[in-house]
Design a protein around this ligand. Structure first.
Ligand code: ARG
Length: 587
């Protein structure tokens, strides 16, 4: 609900009380956006439900409410329509005043959160010595956008990278490292293993085929747990290698994250199991310690356990998540913890959330949210892979998007007979390529799978990054052409006459509503849809046939229309920034 709707709602509530008495305080006036501009901008549909309570005709109800309703500052005189609807049409003068306000507001009319909260966004979170895959790419892009929106709203956001840097697989990796790089562990030099993923594969092969090696690997796990210096050193080398690779991706995508990997919580795992034991939740099941869950059953319909300590004494992913959850509540004082992972981990989150609740670890004012997302598919609708069937390296994926954007731009420049420097071309290609990948991901409802298509995401038509970037650059082009400084257009100059101006103006005023909905529901695609719709409204306004003249217009219309241009550009820029997308002044 936007600020205008809130005001109207309050007025309607007061009118209902004035008409029918204090018993009717708090009755929802059922205010909705009008389904058709014919009916104005908003519609209150309260009469139908009230008529039953009052035993009156709906029309009589609306009549009584309208008589007491004072919305003259905001709306034209209310109209009663149909069986008992109150139609409200915003006054042009009101819209003009609102736009004048947002023109002077760097936040474009979006109020910051009334009660800022400590929020944690747990996202990206790849695994050491393993590939950062498209699933992690989605988590990174979606998580970053959510964090940006919460930060913009004034929340105190902790962006956590819950890197998978602990576990028994390190025994095998360290044992293999000793075999192939015996010197690496005794010299202070940084190690360069090269391709860590193939290193992992070879280590695994060794582990799977050699019993003696398996034993060595197991001993390394014990040494790692006990904190043996040389083993720890090897572990750090491996982590450092991966970290460097992840960092390349984060830099390409402009992502800020605080790394706090699984290993961080290692000292707390014992306490988790101990406290579950104390609270009487722990059950031994075939040597493993577990908590039985409600609502989760196996194929035979028997309740499923969540294992928190394996029969060999080892802890697992869930134990770590329980420990990190407690830490985040107690030490970080988080009030909302948001986990961005693929939908496939839905049960994992539901399960350890349940155990933590049962154990009484979740205070009433703390909210736990799993933000799931679907799969990235290839154009054949199957798992996204390279032509040779391998998993796609993220670096290659991003490079490919940029080089395609580069080639497209070269062609366009040739067609337009434009000369640009190589520096300009590279910069535009970088921004377009990276934005295209991000926007293609964010513009989908995250819960569904989506098909990865370079052609689609780089298309200048449709709900794509290039379309949005182009709309922004086009507006900056107006300022260049008319030699206009958007910052110096003066205040209180908005004048709305033409239909397309009114439509654009009303849309510009909805940004607050969209952002607060994303803050709540954590669906960045709503913001994408809004920006797309805004660009379309702008294009109608600026259209030679349907729209109005801007630079060629007379004053006072000219300034007013330039303000609308500027407000559209600033809204696009802010919105794209919240999606993690840079704009280009020219492209
Ligand atoms: N490392 C995990 C993976 O690659 C994601 C971790 C998500 N965060 C968490 N707290 N479990 O699937």
């Amino acid at each position: 609900m936007n600020a205008t709707q809130e005001k109207l709602k309050v007025q309607l509530e007061q009118a209902i009380v004035a008409a029918f008495g204090a018993d009717f305080a708090g009755v929802d006036p059922i205010l909705v956006s009008a389904s058709n501009p014919k009916f104005g901008d908003y519609q209150a549909n309260v009469a139908l439900s009230l008529s039953k309570k009052k035993g009156l005709q709906p029309r009589a109800i609306t009549g009584a409410i309208v008589e007491k309703l004072d919305v003259s500052e905001i709306c034209e005189p209310p109209e009663i329509a149909g069986p008992g609807f109150i139609n409200l049409k915003l006054k042009t003068a009101y819209l003009e005043a609102q736009l004048n306000d947002i023109q002077a507001d760097p936040r474009l009319g979006v109020p910051a959160a009334k009660t800022p909260k400590r929020e944690i966004v747990d996202f990206s979170s790849p695994n050491i010595a393993k590939e950062m895959h498209v699933g992690h790419l989605r988590s990174t892009i979606i998580g970053d956008s959510i964090a940006r929106i919460l930060e913009f709203q004034g929340h105190d956001v902790l962006r956590l990278n819950h890197v998978g840097d602990w576990g028994t697989q390190f025994g095998m990796l360290i044992a293999y490292l000793r075999e192939v790089y015996p010197d690496a562990l005794t010299t202070a030099n940084a190690l360069d293993i090269g391709d860590l993923v193939s290193f992992y594969r070879k280590a695994k092969q060794r582990f799977d085929t050699d019993a003696a090696f398996q034993e060595t690997a197991r001993q390394e796990v014990v040494r790692l747990q006990a904190g043996a210096e040389d083993t720890l050193h090897a572990w750090k080398l491996l982590c450092e290698q991966s970290r460097q690779e992840f960092q390349i991706i984060y830099e390409l995508l402009d992502i800020k994250l605080t790394e706090r990997g699984e290993s961080f919580y290692n000292p707390l795992l014992f306490g988790v199991v101990e406290d579950l034991e104390k609270s009487g939740l722990l059950v031994e099941n075939q040597g493993a310690k577990c908590v039985f869950l409600e609502g989760f059953t196996n194929r035979e319909g028997e309740p499923l356990p969540l294992i928190v300590q394996k029969s060999d004494g080892g802890y697992n992913y869930a134990t770590t998540d329980l420990a990190s959850l407690r830490y985040r509540i107690q030490q970080d004082e988080a009030k909302r913890i948001i986990y961005v992972t693929d939908a496939g981990q839905g049960n994992h989150f539901a399960q350890f959330f349940q155990v933590a609740r049962k154990a009484g670890w979740i205070p009433d004012d703390v909210e736990l949210v799993h933000v799931p997302f679907g799969l990235v598919l290839g154009e054949d609708g199957k798992k996204f892979r390279t032509r040779s069937g391998d998993t796609v390296r993220l670096r290659d994926l991003l490079d490919e998007a940029v080089s395609r954007a580069y080639a497209d731009l070269k062609t366009r420049l040739q067609e337009e007979e434009r000369q640009e420097t190589e520096e300009f071309i590279n910069e535009v290609a970088r921004v377009v390529g990276i934005s295209a990948v991000k926007y293609a991901d964010l513009s989908q409802n995250r819960t569904s799978n989506y098909i990865f298509s370079y052609d689609k995401m780089l298309d200048f038509k449709g709900n794509t990054a290039p379309y949005m970037l182009y709309a922004y650059a086009r507006i900056q082009g107006i300022s260049r052409k008319g030699d206009i400084n958007f910052k110096e257009l003066g205040n209180n100059a908005v004048l709305l006459e033409h239909e397309t101006e009114l439509a654009l103006a009303k849309y510009l005023l909805q940004l607050d509503e969209v952002i607060s909905s994303v803050e709540q529901d954590l669906l960045p695609n709503r913001l994408c849809e809004y920006l797309y719709e805004l660009s379309k409204k702008f294009n109608q306004f600026y259209d030679r046939n349907q729209g109005v003249q801007v630079l060629e217009a007379q004053e006072p219309q000219r300034t007013s229309r330039l303000i609308l241009c500027d407000l559209t550009a600033r809204t696009l820029k802010l919105g794209l920034e919240l999606l993690g997308i840079e704009v280009l002044e020219r492209m």
